[in-house]
Design a binder for this molecule. Structure first.
Ligand code: NFE
Ligand code: MG
Length: 514
């Protein structure tokens, strides 16, 4: 064992401001601290405002998962108003949310994750030259196509919601507008074109062939079956990931959280290929799935720059009282809170979604040795194969049932409490809202990145990223690419979790309060 050293890992190419500190001993990470360095404060901006203002304000939490925040906020208001949106509203909400997810999955995998394989540390590797020609930022062939295609598919949200990002077309009781049949047909064409590109460039085969890959052994068969499979971006991810040891790196806790892929309309022929299991919210240890009980969620602030309570608080009782940041090395080290389920940390994201749904490839992959960085990223790059047919099925149903309602009247005056849970691209997102005499008196937002990037809780238990980093080899402290693979396999978005600027637009030296 060498001497223990503390090292800051620079994390660029993540959304927002993230600092990772690690302790390294004998060339491996032995401890880690994940720190969201900026205060977000949206909970406090919402307090005192009219209940429906959440539909306009919360989508602005983030520029890339904006539609999922709208979906969560609208679901809170459905509950508070005591209304059930009609099927066409559920379909439209689902289509928009899943299109945004598909965009994020492709952009993160190709533009943020694969780039690390073009790190000079891999220069001696025979696959390195191709990694550079495909994935180099703004130049690589896959990078250029991904930017173009993900920009096109997001037009669907502009058609449905008038704009992207930051649309507010979901309202209590449904949606504000049903696009015309011709517009919905255009959306189907956009899905079809995207699917053709995804099959050609990413899978190297039809969606149906990929869906038949139901184990790690079947993944090997698929890879060897055709040069097109090995040469698609997914094939490259598997080959490069294995060559760099990512399938044995970044395990973390074997505890997976999913709020379900989407809400199921009462009448639908949309088929997830998993007997509907992907629509169920739950927690899994990789072997057994328990349906979700949101009452078991609580947040600790023991290591966060907040005050107001000890132990865990359910989000309905949550408070957001920021403290000035402590000096590095202090007990409190993040503006993220520490969400826990049944008092324990849980990871969330595409892999967790697949494991909770019992998708055979991924459930099998984590059953033996738990999660790893490669399984997380393969789950992300492969997720559109499951989502694109759902999106298309709901668009087809919207055309078929165009005369059916898309909104029910919600009462003008609403009071009470409600929660809205959805799977965003990065995992489980929840809003909890309390309304009195039409005004928000409490609002708490627990983002996927708060779950994954959680600091320690007040029992000192590490968050999922912190745990996943333990044991990761660092060959060169000046170029800790291995830690980057592991953190990026979770697709961090600190913007969703913490952010604020001072009056001059600086992010450092922030003063909280007067
Ligand atoms: Ni800013 Fe977000 C997603 C949410 S992640 S991207 O997905 O909610 O914390
Ligand atoms: Mg929060």
């Amino acid at each position: 064992m060498g001497e223990r050293r503390i090292c800051e890992i620079p994390m660029n190419r993540v959304e927002g401001d993230l600092e990772i500190r690690v302790a390294i001993e004998g060339g491996r990470i032995v401890d880690a601290w994940s720190s969201g360095t900026l205060y977000r404060g949206f909970e406090n901006m919402l307090t005192g405002r009219a209940a429906l203002d959440a539909l306009v304000i919360t989508p602005r939490i983030c520029g890339i998962c904006t539609t999922t925040h709208l979906n969560s906020a609208a679901k809170c208001l459905d509950v508070i108003a005591g209304v059930v949106p009609p099927d066409n509203a559920i379909r439209l909400r689902n289509v928009a949310k899943l299109v945004e997810t598909v965009q994020s999955d492709l952009r993160q995998a190709i533009l943020m994750f694969m780039v690390d394989f073009a790190n000079p540390v891999y220069a001696p590797h025979p696959l390195y030259e191709t990694a550079c020609s495909r994935f180099a930022p703004l130049r690589g062939s896959s990078a250029i196509e991904t930017i173009r295609e993900t920009k096109r598919i997001i037009e669907i949200i502009a058609i449905i919601g008038g704009q992207w990002p930051h649309s507010s077309f979901m309202v209590p009781g449904g949606v504000t507008n049903l696009p015309r049949v011709g517009e919905l047909a255009t959306c189907r064409v956009l899905v079809q074109r995207f699917r053709q590109w995804y099959e050609r460039r990413v899978l190297g085969c039809a969606l149906e062939r990929w869906q038949a890959v139901d184990s790690v052994a079947a993944l090997d068969v698929w890879l060897a079956e055709s040069p097109a499979h090995a040469d698609g971006d997914l094939g490259w991810l598997v080959r490069l990931g294995r060559a760099c040891g990512l399938d044995a790196m970044g395990g973390g806790y074997r505890r997976f959280l999913s709020y379900g892929v989407a809400d199921l309309p009462l009448e639908t022929a949309a088929d997830d290929g998993l007997a509907g299991r992907s629509f169920v919210a739950g927690v899994s240890d990789g072997a057994t799935m328990s349906p979700l009980d949101q009452a078991r969620i609580g947040e600790s602030i023991g290591a966060s720059h907040f005050e107001g309570y000890e132990g865990l608080r359910h989000p309905f009782d949550g408070v957001t009282r920021p403290l000035p940041p402590e000096a590095p090395g202090g007990k409190r080290y993040s503006y993220a809170k520490a969400p826990r389920y049944d008092g324990e940390p849980a990871e969330t994201g595409p892999l967790a979604e697949a494991v909770v749904a019992g998708e055979p490839l991924f459930a099998g992959w984590v059953a033996g040795h738990g999660a790893n960085a490669l399984a997380r990223e393969v789950a992300r790059l492969a997720r559109p194969a499951r989502l694109l047919p759902l999106i298309d099925a709901w668009l087809a149903e919207l055309i078929e049932r165009h005369d059916a309602p898309f909104i029910v009247n919600a009462p003008k005056k609403i009071d009470g409490e409600g929660y809205g849970l959805v799977n965003a691209a990065r995992g489980a997102l929840g809003h909890w809202s309390r309304v009195q005499r039409g005004a928000i008196v409490g609002y708490q937002i627990v983002t996927p990145t708060a779950w994954n990037g959680s600091p320690r809780d007040d029992k000192g238990v590490r968050g999922p990223w912190e745990e996943a980093l333990i044991g990761v080899p660092i060959r060169d402290e000046g170029n800790p690419v291995e830690a980057g693979h592991v953190i990026r396999s979770f697709d961090p978005c600190l913007v969703c979790t913490v952010h604020a600027f001072d009056r001059r637009g600086r992010t450092g030296g922030l003063r909280i309060g007067a």
